[in-house]
Design a protein around this ligand. Sequence first.
Ligand SMILES: [Zn+2]
Ligand SMILES: [Zn+2]
Length: 392
Amino acid sequence: MAASGKKDYYDILGVSRNASADEIKKAYRKLTRKYHPDVNQGDAEAGKKFKEINEAHDVLSDPKKKAQYDQFGFVGDAPPPGEGGGFGGFGGFGGMDGETLEDLFGGFFGGRGRGRGAPNSPRRGSDLEMRMAIDLETAYRGATKDVEVPREETCPTCSGSGAEPGSDVQSCQACGGSGRVEQVINTPFGQMRQTGACAKCGGTGKVITKRCAECGGAGRVRKTRKLEVKIPPGVDTGTSLRMGGAGEAGRNGGPSGDLFIVLNVKPDKRFERSGDDLHISVEISVPQAALGTTIHVQTFDGSENLDVPAGTQPGATLRVRGRGMPKLRGGGRGDMHIHVRVTVPKNLSDNAKRLMTELADELKVNVSKAGTKENKESKKENLFDWMKDKFS
Ligand SMILES: [Zn+2]
Ligand SMILES: [Zn+2]
């Protein structure tokens, strides 16, 4: 403690008089962890120390206050230690360098996490997510598509300040332009200082005399933008395309968020997809299945000849390598699977019937029907023919 009864802030933080801003910050962090009331439950001495540490940091982290302290040994009309109260004449405290205790202890004490800086510190814009339905052929070839994105952008008229161009923007009197105000609250550990957003300026540190006509002072406007989305070949349902910086605008000069386009690939009439493979079904006739043939198979790149070997069974699958979907990662293509359905001819001509019967004889398969059923059928047919003749 200095002889005048004022505190030696350098002593409190355990740093030398020519310590850099970084060293001061580091020492402060270390000490607040050690003396935080949450760690030293009910220890009044630690509570007092904690208060001193904050006080010392408040002054030494602010160049203006530090300069005055270095020159005069105190800041403003500081009261003797222990009496609390504010530092008048300097428009109050500038908070803790934009950091709250939650920031310092984020995660450590189950706080609300990091990144909750002062309201007027740069913040990244939100990410946006949009869904887009495409057909399978687009997924196969890839495409460039337009998408209309409604998003918040920085107001172009006021560049985000919220003030009408040319109008006066004043520093907030209540918080001295810092956007934060400090309150002294009484706790069982002694008095504690708490910083919060300034109510008068909403934490911006500025007071606008005339609001921007375009955004009404918000500094942000909602715009629908037409953007080009590049869809690479091989995408599938659930593929998420990231467009860096195409999300909502950041605040206070922070970067924009990203836009994610989540794809839904619609089912195709001809092809069924499984991963990188495509499946198609073809119909061939009994003689084709028995004797073998060459058929035309459809692909996205036109039709292709495919040899069907003799003796192909119903339900057999033939495969053509490299005729499936392009692989999104690693290049190459999946396969095309051809599912063979064998159709049995109906409404045979008399000659076809005769040949089929001969074939049955040759293959020694029984095609005769049990009992008199065949006779009944032929009688019915004859009756039908008779009626047709009679009434036509
Ligand atoms: Zn504006
Ligand atoms: Zn304010």
